[in-house]
Ligand binder design. Sequence first.
Ligand SMILES: [Zn+2]
Length: 169
Amino acid sequence: MIAELSAIQAAAGSLKAAGEIVKTLVGMKVTAEVQGKIIELQAVILTAQSGAISAQETQMELLQRIRELEGDLVKFKDWEAEKKRYEAKRLSPGVIVYALKQESVQAGELAHIACPNCYDGGRKSILQTTPKLAQRYRVHLCPACGLELAFGEQMPLLPPPPPPRDPLG
Ligand SMILES: [Zn+2]
């Protein structure tokens, strides 16, 4: 790619030199026929120059795209390594999530659960507990995609509220 780019740059340089020679020729005393040919040559050189410039732009765009793809590949490889640190778990009442493996927890990392939605989309987002309950299960929220999942230990039923006391009793 780089070699091709410098080849285009070299061609552009040669065309510029040819253009300079033609400019000198234009200034010389020559027959009308030669003058006509010089003008023709000038037009050809200008066309070739603009062709070289657009080829150079295309090359630059391709190089940029390659850099972007290389970046994506690095991210993809990082995620492939990262996702292996999690394992699918079914938690009560039947929600499937991705939990950090025990080996990482034993190595000193804080135990946590990754959002299954984000995980399937190729990124990590840690589910956060909320103060909300649904069917007496703790609701967890994904800060990245907004997914809400209720799972974990079911809270005990609250005792019924005591009857209002008779103010006269
Ligand atoms: Zn998410």
